[in-house]
Unconditional design. Sequence first.
Length: 136
Amino acid sequence: MMKSRFRSYYSPDEATALIPKISRWIEELRLLRQSLDRQAERILELIYDHGDQGGPRVNDQTRGLVRWHELMREFSRRDLQIRDLETGKVDFPARRGDHEIFLIWQEGDTKVDAWREIPTSHGPGPQPTYPGSFPS
């Protein structure tokens, strides 16, 4: 029997049903990253100028970091893999027969209908995606 790498496995329909949530989370993560980057730059400027780093700036950054962590936990507890935040690429663990694969989704797609092999340390690097045909 094959050892499972993941706690959760998805069918294409189950993965597709999560698209509205995942789309919102991806967009929020992007906005948070931009905001956190700007806040970090402002705080660094204050540090270099020996200014006060406390107060609202740090509080805002802390709230942003907490929200980032909450969103990442949503992905983690579902075993979802963010492959690329900018392009909105997300992998869903799935099974194809007794073989583990990733179902793949990219922001803008209305359904999950492609898959790819899970890379291994002994494997040949990036694997192609294959549209359609998911056996139950």
